[in-house]
Write a protein that binds this ligand. Structure first.
Ligand SMILES: Cc1ncc(COP(=O)(O)O)c(C=O)c1O
Length: 398
């Protein structure tokens, strides 16, 4: 007898507001189709297809052998916090001390912890749309109001500062920005960031700056709002190891923020995870201090794939795609096909054998787009293009 039938599952009300990441659901559907014998090319999941560089793997193995198998401080190992502080000083041009760094299991917890630490029920949080779905999910989960700011294609998916200004209210507690951006590949320029800073002015509003793709940039240089004068104190910088060093499964990321807030986020760590795995953190020190050639190798490889994929996609009827400036996603406009995003993504998965994500997985303003991850081999990307092209020939009228 199932006890689940006897005892009704009475979930907390807030669970009804919790969202998800569709990528994992599409992956499950794709795997089910594979089990039925269908061939699927996976362009849905956002993780590098490379292995973690060997110097990092060896550092973790050595750390395990050396006994780094115990609890550590909630905010992270002092050596790693110091190394991250130096890295952020160097790359963002701001003074950062180790007590402004909190190491957490992945970049994602910084999103949750920042919101938990700063935002009350009824407060407003402005977030990019289309954007990483976890922002809206977490904001709604804690009972705050999620206020989307549109990322228009005609601005190369950089937000419109006038629109942002109109959305800021007395209740705005936090503004989330993300550059390079998931899912559009858009990048905020130094000027964009200065204008965003100007729109915020001297209001007591925090900016959560999600810079998890900071090293995956194809044109120009990465800029952070943390570097804009007057914004260091109001910025929470999110970065990590998952995308830069192909370490998605290791679960390690960090936040950089004023020390009094860092202490509060560390308390949330004590209450949830205790600490990030100790041997993982030792490997993180090697990742940041060791040879960086693998990072550059991955970046140039993603750029080569981007160039090929976008050029070929633009030759397919009904697809029109801007060249993304960063990250490893391609976000074509598909409105001319006459299809809505979700049915098109479903049809491409089931009939063409190509897994992608509907733009609407990233919010309402993602309608009219699909997201393809180019974290796959050139060969698979070419085969995916051929399959999409063939399907379009059959199903989309001139
Ligand atoms: C914009 C953005 N932020 C944060 C994350 C989370 O990264 P992590 O796997 O390190 O938690 C992702 C992962 O896809 C992302 O795309």
């Amino acid at each position: 007898m199932s006890w689940a039938v006897q005892f009704e599952l009475r979930l907390a009300e807030r669970m009804s507001r919790l969202g998800t990441e569709t990528a994992f659901e599409v992956l499950n559907r794709a795997r089910a189709l594979e089990r039925q014998g269908k061939e699927i090319i996976h362009l849905e999941i956002g993780e590098p297809d490379f292995d973690t560089p060997p110097n990092i793997v060896h550092a973790a193995i050595n750390a395990l052998n050396a006994g780094w198998t115990h609890y550590g401080p909630s905010a992270g190992l002092p050596d790693l916090r110091e190394t991250i502080a130096k890295e952020v000083c160097r790359t963002r041009g701001v003074e950062v001390a180790a007590d402004e760094v909190v190491v957490v299991p992945g970049g994602k917890p910084i999103i949750f912890f920042s919101i938990l630490a700063l935002v009350d029920e009824g407060d407003e949080v402005i977030y990019p749309n289309p954007g990483f779905p976890i922002y809206e999910s977490m904001v709604r989960y804690i009972g705050a109001r999620a206020v989307p700011v549109r990322l228009p294609e005609e601005r190369d998916f950089a937000l419109d500062v006038d629109e942002l200004s109109q959305l800021i209210s007395d209740r705005t507690k936090l503004i989330i920005i993300n550059s390079p951006q998931n899912p559009t590949g858009g990048v905020l320029s130094k000027l964009d960031l200065e204008q965003i800073a100007e729109a915020i002015g001297d209001r007591n509003i925090f900016v959560l700056s999600d810079e998890i793709y900071s090293r995956l940039i194809f044109e120009g240089k990465h800029h952070s709002i943390m570097s804009v004068p007057g914004f260091k104190e109001r910025t929470i910088l999110l970065d990590g190891f998952s995308k830069t060093y192909a370490m998605t499964g290791w679960r390690m990321g960090y936040g950089v923020m004023r020390p009094d807030l860092a202490a509060q986020v560390a308390r949330l760590m004590t209450n949830s995870n205790s600490c990030t795995a100790s041997f993982t953190q030792v490997a993180g020190i090697e990742a940041l201090r060791g040879d960086q050639s693998s990072v550059e190798h991955m970046r140039t490889e993603f750029q080569r794939r981007r160039d090929m994929f976008v050029t070929a996609l633009n030759r397919i009827r009904g697809f029109s795609c801007r060249m993304p400036k960063g990250a490893f996603y391609v976000f074509p406009n598909i409105t001319v096909t006459g299809w809505k995003s979700k049915p098109l993504a479903d049809a491409l998965l089931e009939e063409a054998g190509v897994a992608s994500l509907s733009g609407t997985s990233f919010g309402e303003f993602g309608e009219g787009y699909l997201r393809f991850s180019i974290a796959n081999s050139m060969e698979n990307l070419s085969r995916a293009l051929a399959k999409i092209g063939k399907w379009v020939e059959k199903n989309i009228k001139h």
